[in-house]
Design a protein. Structure first.
Length: 169
């Protein structure tokens, strides 16, 4: 597939060329894909349109996944609350969690961080899905999680060290 050969950096640069002739985009394409036949403006426009369709589809899939997990969390909390005894210490915590109207989702990755318009498109799909759900007063917001894989590895290592220490004592 052609798209798998084209890097995110290339697609980002192509999307940033807003000129009517796509001269920067054409030069960029030729520098990466030498050809005896120069691409036309229509060819470059086709690549831009195709990448736009792919990024919108990706954003819609991510949005559907995030909203589905959010709804699952909401249903699980309601079920958990219904199964608690009246004197449970978890009742107040669970009720407070269920009243929260804003959910924060941490993100990282090249596409969501750098692809032009991806975050806005994703947020638009999420907002539309939430508006059509039973909990339309809630919101899901994204916050960057810089160095999250490094932090995750550090936490995992710390947990492993703590477990090893406990086992040795």
């Amino acid at each position: 597939m052609v798209i798998s050969l084209i890097s995110l950096a290339y697609l980002t640069k192509q999307r940033s060329d807003t000129s009517s002739s796509f001269e920067k985009g054409r030069c960029l394409f030729l520098s990466r894909h030498p050809s005896p036949v120069e691409p036309t403006s229509a060819d470059i426009q086709f690549l831009r349109t195709l990448s736009s369709y792919i990024s919108r589809r990706s954003a819609s899939i991510v949005a559907a996944s995030v909203v589905a997990l959010w709804e699952l969390k909401t249903e699980a909390e309601a079920e958990f609350l219904g199964g608690l005894s009246r004197d449970s210490s978890f009742i107040l915590e669970t009720e407070a969690e269920m009243k929260l109207t804003r959910t924060m989702v941490a993100f990282n990755g090249s596409v969501i961080e750098h692809y032009p318009g991806y975050q806005e498109t994703l947020k638009g799909y999420i907002d539309a899905l939430i508006a059509s759900s039973e909990l339309s007063t809630a919101s899901i917001d994204f916050v960057p999680a810089k160095e999250s894989s490094l932090l995750g590895a550090a936490v995992a290592l710390a947990c492993l060290e703590e477990k090893t220490t406990i086992l040795l004592n």
